[in-house]
Design a protein around this ligand. Structure first.
Ligand code: SF4
Length: 342
């Protein structure tokens, strides 16, 4: 699905005007929209010319999501979109490990990464060498990796999971010994959830953290609950277990949006990256945010200018290139996720 119609500054402003998070980063005036519109229309033309599709993570700036994006979502949804697209080129406005996942699922397509800071504090926490060493030490364990890992790390693991399916997949894995990596906080949440479900699993986990989600604490929740007793607290499983315990809902970004859409509540404290708060303001204008959110510098490094650059003159660094043998092994790990989720 590629949108080729041009937009006007007025139409763009109408789309973005309700978004008011994070100071000047994600706030839009008609003037700002007038400045962005020519570039947005140029990118739309380039997409058509190159038969390209632009996948955008919910944490990326709203002008990219609503200006040039073809699909928006979380890691799991976007990896499914990447599998289904007929485009020749995938521009992945997110971070590198997500572009790698798209490349693994589409080895014949060109995958381009526009963000100049394309890391992730979780994906960067562990290397393939470290996983190999852990596998020797814990040889009886099934190695489960979060999707926030490099292709090389996925190639060393048995099953990949996302924040949307981690609990259900771990429950289904026949082995009762699980090594989960790289997210320590999600690992702790996994241990608690298995106990809650009455599932006997010996779960070990690695010590990586998402620097955005580890910021949140229970003090913020108590403060908001005192000030706004009607507010619902929604959090991501990359947050601390005590934060998840105090939340009304815990889930992936897509699950969080679905919860907010379907619940009768009108006030929400969202404990995740600010991009999701912006989506809430745009997509459900009668729902209101309370409290503050945190920015991911990696996701926010995606810009319209860099999307134009990768579509016109990509450098070797912008292209995702993965060793063929790594692609084969990492694909098995991702396919195991789809099989367990079926
Ligand atoms: S929000 Fe956290 S997990 Fe997501 S890309 Fe940023 S650092 Fe990585």
């Amino acid at each position: 699905m590629i949108t080729t119609n041009h937009t006007t500054a007025e139409e763009l402003y109408e789309t973005l005007k309700n978004i008011k998070v994070t100071g000047s980063v994600c706030q839009y005036s008609l003037r700002k929209c007038e400045e962005m519109t020519p570039l947005i229309n140029e990118i739309r033309d380039l997409k058509e010319k190159k038969n390209a599709v632009i996948l955008v993570h919910s944490y990326v700036n709203p002008e990219i999501i609503y200006g040039v994006g073809d699909y928006v979502g979380d890691s799991y949804g976007l990896s499914k979109n990447a599998m289904e697209t007929t485009a020749d080129t995938i521009v992945f406005a997110a971070v590198r490990f997500m572009g790698e996942t798209a490349q693994i699922l589409n080895p014949e397509k060109e995958v381009l990464i526009p963000g100049l800071e394309d890391g992730c504090s979780l994906a960067d926490a562990i290397t393939a060498e470290r996983v190999r060493a852990l596998r020797q030490e814990f040889s009886e364990y099934t190695f489960v990796c979060y999707i926030n890992t490099t292709a090389a790390v996925k190639a060393e693991c048995d099953v990949c999971v996302t924040s949307a399916n981690v609990y259900d997949i771990v429950e289904k894995i026949p082995n009762d010994k699980i090594y989960f990596l790289p997210d320590e906080l999600m690992g702790q949440n996994l241990v608690k959830e298995m106990a809650k479900r009455g599932v006997a699993k010996d779960v070990r986990y690695f010590e990586g953290k998402c620097y955005v989600h580890e910021e949140y604490d229970t003090e913020q929740i108590f403060k908001i609950r005192t000030e706004y007793p009607q507010a619902k607290v929604v959090s991501h499983p990359e947050c601390k277990p005590e934060v998840c315990d105090q939340s009304d809902f815990v889930g992936s970004t897509s699950q969080m949006l679905q919860y907010m859409e379907t619940t009768d509540a009108h006030q929400f404290l969202m404990l995740t990256e600010c991009g999701l708060s912006a989506r809430l303001q745009k997509e459900f204008p009668d729902k209101h945010l309370v409290g503050t959110c945190t920015l991911c510098r990696y996701m926010k490094s995606n810009t319209l200018e860099d999307i134009r650059r990768v579509l016109t003159n990509p450098t070797p660094r912008d292209r995702v290139v993965i060793d063929k043998e790594v692609v084969q092994r990492a694909k098995k790990c991702i396919e195991a996720m789809f099989e367990f989720s079926a």
